[in-house]
Design a binder for this molecule. Structure first.
Ligand code: CMC
Length: 437
């Protein structure tokens, strides 16, 4: 049996070091002992964008990007999407096991109990311009909850944490729906405790003058499935932001707002909105080859394609494609689907995409489905943020309970000037180079 160690020879000094390998990784701190002399700081690793650095141990979500596998707490995403409700999956992610019937009933009741927003939150949201992007409203309002629940700062109190978790999961659909209604200039609709998580959200979005809004069960189930698919995805950009901010022991509202801010970017959760813009720009199937050419020439990216971890078809994209078909049976087919299918067909055959292992990701088909359901593109990333709140909070709990975690604080390789003589104002002549301004 080979020893689980790595032997490193420092060619600068000729010295050899033996470093333990644990779980296919070496500890970066094990390299610090490698020095040229006593004054030397010691060897560091340089890994911009965390291409090959594990920042934590986690037992929540497993991804095998080469095989296209995604599991929550060991359960394949396909099974969870088919057999569970979103709140059942939320329980699984947060507590590690699927709930019993009684646990699920109690959990559903508790989340439902926390869906109301304080009236001051409503007033806060009314302060936004009528056309403010719903993600700007979402991020700011989640952060503002920190001012309403100051006790959430007690992040080491497990009961207190659980209360904030329930509040956040309960309130994010209410915040999202208010953001939408604000954009539309419609009066806000308060939560209805008789409804399921997805139905209540749909009620808050779309209820008009009818005494009781009745959600289409196919659409409500489709939304619930999409929530399951988006609930967690291990150490993605948003989750890394959550962990990084929460590592300073900032409260969960501020940390969740930071995670949502990261999600809003077009390379991350903002990509679903960008896919729709791209499909609009392409217009018809005939224009697909010209667009692919533009992508290959480096003028633009194929939004909804590619992933840092998946080098195979994103398993979530497959389920979304299937779910979208169910939705189209109710809503009618979104004509953009033809353009998307043609894009996928050509891209999957083209050497540029094949060589780089670029496949459709979760954002490629979700927007087409959401649009058919009646959502505006600006809402798409909010629809991602609602379920991902569960993942962020699961990761937050894990972080707080992990004795190895400390405040996140990367090192840098300094590339600036050495010590310089100060130049008094009257002696400064040349303008500063543009890059330095
Ligand atoms: N279209 C065209 N080329 C691409 C694309 C794309 N969508 N994605 C990657 N590439 C190329 C990239 O130009 C590079 O080529 P080369 O080796 O010639 O320089 C190669 O593929 C490797 O790409 P990378 O930028 O090093 O990969 P990354 O892991 O840093 O980026 C990504 C991953 C998701 C940011 C990127 O694939 C991308 O920008 N995709 C489009 C945006 C998108 O759909 N984002 C949603 C991601 S999934 C959901 C989520 O995370 O929220």
């Amino acid at each position: 049996m080979p020893e689980n160690t790595l032997t490193i020879t420092d060619n600068r000094t000729g010295q050899t070091y033996t470093v333990p390998i644990e779980d296919g990784a070496i500890r970066a701190m094990a390299l610090r002992q490698i020095k040229t002399d006593a004054e030397d700081f010691g060897l560091m690793t340089y890994d911009p964008a965390f291409m090959n650095t594990a920042s934590c141990r986690s037992s929540i979500t497993y991804i095998d990007g080469d095989k296209g596998i995604l599991r929550y707490r060991g359960y394949p995403i396909e099974v969870l999407a088919e057999r569970c409700t979103f709140l059942e999956v939320a329980f699984l992610l947060l507590f590690g096991e699927l709930p019993t019937q009684a646990e699920l009933k109690n959990w559903t009741h508790e989340i439902t109990y926390h869906t109301m927003l304080h009236e001051s939150t409503k007033k806060f949201m009314e302060g936004f311009r009528y056309d403010a992007h719903p993600m700007a409203m979402f991020v700011s309002t989640v952060a503002a909850l920190s001012g309403i629940y100051p006790e959430s700062k007690q992040v080491h109190d497990a009961n207190n944490r659980l209360l904030q978790i329930k509040r956040l999961i309960g309130k994010v659909p209410s915040i999202s729906a208010m953001a939408y209604r604000h954009n539309m200039g419609f009066p806000y609709v308060y939560p209805d405790n008789d409804l399921s998580y997805a139905e209540n959200f749909m009620n808050m979005l779309w209820k008009m003058v009818e005494p009781k809004y009745v959600a289409n069960p196919v659409l409500a189930r489709a939304l619930d499935i999409l929530f399951i698919l988006h609930a967690d995805h291990e150490q993605n950009c948003g989750t890394n932001a959550m962990r990084s901010v929460a590592s300073s022991h900032a409260d969960p509202y501020l940390s969740t707002a930071a995670a949502a801010a990261a999600l809003a970017g077009p390379l991350h959760g903002g990509a679903n909105e960008e896919v729709l813009k791209m499909l609009d720009e392409i217009g018809t199937k005939d224009n697909v080859p010209a667009y692919i050419k533009k992508v290959k020439e480096g003028h633009t990216k194929l939004m909804g394609f590619g992933h840092r971890v998946y080098k195979n078809y994103d398993p979530r994209a497959k389920i979304i494609k299937w779910t979208a078909e169910q939705v189209f049976e109710v809503t009618g087919r979104n004509p953009k689907l033809d353009v998307a299918l043609e894009l996928e067909r050509i891209a999957l055959e083209d050497e540029y995409f094949v060589k780089r292992k670029l496949y459709p990701n979760v954002d490629f088909y979700s927007g087409i489905m959401y649009q058919a359901m009646g959502f505006k593109p600006a809402m798409f990333t909010v629809l991602f943020a609602i379920p991902r709140t569960v993942g962020w909070l699961s990761q937050w709990q894990e972080l707080i309970n992990d004795p190895e975690q400390k405040i996140a604080r990367p090192r840098q390789i300094y590339t600036g000037y050495g010590k310089r003589e100060f130049v008094p104002m009257e002696k400064r002549t040349a303008p500063a180079p543009v890059a330095a301004r």
